[in-house]
Design a binder for this molecule. Structure first.
Ligand code: DGT
Ligand code: CA
Ligand code: CA
Ligand code: ZN
Length: 593
């Protein structure tokens, strides 16, 4: 069995245990093991031969024995025994939004449903509403969720899963003799929220040794093709990787062509044709009859040269979707989009007071070490029990610790006290106004009851935005990539309300969230809504996720002027004293709602 098959089976076992109602520790152990094996850059078979299985994070002796069994026999007895209790096909039902393990168990035990098709049929026939805790409404909601799953449930990979793997392979290729340039291409370079496959680009005069190394990497499961300029492989974790190699003199056109998007490239080729040139990954070439003395190729060693030849300024990869960037470039009006280096603060993070891994002071030091100038500590509020949310009493105790950390780090780094407060299912807020008034900064969040009908869940978001103490709405839709779509918010209503009240909307940089998503960022920018790019860090390394959020902001054409955590401290302090008007010109009127 391969890494991917073993990881998939462990994940399936975890889901089946959850449906059976097993202990949470056991379930988490299988999930962790699956994740660990997916992230492993080595063939698990080789690791097993070296006796190193228990060195893999999350793999103890019990799980190591199970891996050995799978490698030796291609089977797992534990899974087969579990299948007698819990039909494995039930696992697919968990992907339906709103269907947790308990409900899956109930539809199986009372209606003997084991497949998505049977579930759909039962919902259409009105059989689900008879189940305890279900009704006509929740049945209709389930049908909508099943349809959504059919639409979104393709097998694209979240950006954050593909990125580190691509970087690791690039580092390996960059070290090979004769390699002068390496880069990611495709949707990964454009930083789309999910990617179909990884595209890698290398500049070298002599391609075959690079192709040989690439196809022979330990993390490769199958070689789909190996050629002089292109090779494709499938990794042990199931991801496909395409590699293209051309000489350094053609680097610019190579990079441009395989960065895409296809739609952007079509526009570039149209512009080239107007000058009597064709354009592909190798070069520009004159089309048809050309005057004597015209060179038969124009080589571009850089992407800048490609755009220059077309009479365009350089266009960042995150903008290359043919969503108006060509017109803007031609008109000299490309947005000067926000960069990671513009970000000086983080307004959303957690500590051991709720579900974070570090103390207030440790988080502050971690942020300071990464160049941030001020931060807000925003632990969860009481009603998010699973995250150890803070009662009013604990929140007040925490204030002292935050002030102490602020004092300890001196005047050049500030630590503010805030909260990430639940918006409850009924639309009320988790802390009373007089408590919110004691805080420096208030985030409101939707974490629960995300599947409420559009009007109801939107009203909750609007209630929070309209509260004068609420400064920011975090990860507005609550979606989780790749297939939990989150709340069905009336995004225009939310954006108008945020614009009118000066409430900040977050671009959560966690690659499972990227929420607001790029298209909503674009709309927010048009409406003059304040944005903040935050890491929602629960641990030190989480601050490294910033670039995913910045890329999402860029994909929505946000400039530093739209993003509040580019502000110097003095401006942020002024905002805290009283919300300024929205980022655009005149604040919008409530009547627009
Ligand atoms: P993905 O992988 O589905 O997330 O999206 P991309 O954009 O990475 O697409 P992919 O991997 O099929 O191709 C990478 C880039 O190569 C694409 O953005 C543009 C370029 N490309 C690929 N095939 C074609 C093609 O048939 N025509 C043109 N003009 N460009 C292509
Ligand atoms: Ca791709
Ligand atoms: Ca590709
Ligand atoms: Zn958070």
């Amino acid at each position: 069995m391969t890494n991917r098959e073993i990881a998939d089976l462990f994940e399936k076992v975890a889901d089946m245990l959850a449906i059976r109602g097993d202990s949470i520790h056991r379930i988490l152990a299988y999930r962790r093991a699956a994740e660990s094996i997916r992230a492993l850059g080595r063939d698990v078979q080789v690791v097993a031969q070296e006796g190193g299985l228990t060195d893999i994070p999350g793999i103890g002796q019990t799980l190591a024995d199970k891996i050995e069994e799978m490698l030796a026999t291609g089977r797992l007895q534990f899974y087969e025994k579990l299948s007698q209790d819990v039909p494995p096909s039930l696992v697919t039902l968990l992907r339906v939004e709103g269907l947790g393990p308990k409900r899956v168990k109930a539809v199986y035990e009372t209606l003997n449903i084991t497949t998505l098709a049977q579930l759909t049929e039962a919902a259409r026939a009105g059989d689900l509403r008879k189940l305890p805790g279900m009704g006509e409404k929740s049945e209709a909601k389930l049908l909508v969720a099943i349809e959504a799953l059919a639409r979104h449930g393709d097998d694209r990979t979240p950006l954050g899963d593909a990125w580190p793997i691509a970087q690791a392979i690039l580092a390996e290729l960059a070290a090979l003799p004769g390699v002068s340039q390496v880069a990611v291409g495709g949707s990964l370079r454009r930083m789309r929220e999910t990617i179909g496959d990884i595209d890698l680009l290398v500049a070298a005069e002599d391609a075959p040794p690079i192709m040989a190394h690439f196809c022979g990497m330990e993390r490769v499961e199958t070689v789909l093709g190996q050629g002089p300029t292109k090779s494709s492989v499938v990794l042990l974790n199931g991801l496909q990787v395409d590699l293209r190699v051309l000489p350094a003199g053609r680097w610019g056109t190579l990079l441009s062509y395989f960065t895409g998007s296809k739609e952007h490239n079509v526009r570039l080729r149209e512009l080239a044709l107007k000058q009597g040139l064709s354009l592909n990954e190798h070069a520009f070439r004159p089309v048809g009859d050309s005057p004597a003395g015209t060179p038969d190729e124009i080589l571009c060693p850089t992407e800048e040269a490609v755009y220059q030849t077309l009479g365009l300024p350089y266009i960042l990869p995150t903008l290359r979707e043919d969503r108006g960037e060509i017109e803007a470039a031609l008109a000299g009006r490309l947005p000067d989009v926000v960069r990671s280096s513009d970000i000086v603060a983080d307004l959303h993070m957690h500590t051991t007071w709720s579900d974070g891994k570090l103390s207030v002071l440790e988080m502050a030091q971690a942020a300071q070490a990464r160049g941030r100038q001020y931060i807000v500590i925003t632990d969860h509020s009481a009603s998010l029990g699973i995250a150890n949310g803070l009662s009013v009493e604990r929140l007040r105790q925490q204030a002292a610790e935050v002030r102490a950390a602020d004092a300890a780090l001196g005047p050049d780094f500030r630590v503010f006290h805030g909260t990430e407060m639940e918006i409850r299912a009924d639309g009320t807020l988790d802390y009373p106004d007089e408590v919110l008034a004691e805080l420096d900064f208030v985030i409101a969040s939707l974490h629960t009851s995300l599947s409420q009908p559009r009007a109801q869940v939107t009203a909750r978001a609007l209630a929070a935005i309209d509260n004068p103490h609420v400064d920011m709405l975090a990860h507005p839709t609550g979606r989780l990539l790749p297939d939990r779509p989150g709340a069905d918010l009336d995004m225009d209503a939310v954006l108008f309300a945020a614009s009118r009240t000066g409430t900040i909307l977050e671009i959560n940089a966690h690659p499972r969230r990227l929420d607001l998503r790029d298209s909503h960022v674009r709309r927010a920018v048009d409406l003059g809504v304040w944005l903040a790019i935050n890491c929602d860090a629960h641990d030190e390394a989480d601050f490294e996720m910033l670039h995913y959020g910045v890329a999402t902001a860029q994909r929505g054409w946000a400039t530093a002027a739209n993003v509040v955590n580019t502000w110097p401290l003095a401006r942020f302090l002024a905002y805290l004293r009283r919300h300024g008007p929205a980022a655009g010109s005149a604040p919008l009127r409530g009547g627009l709602l």
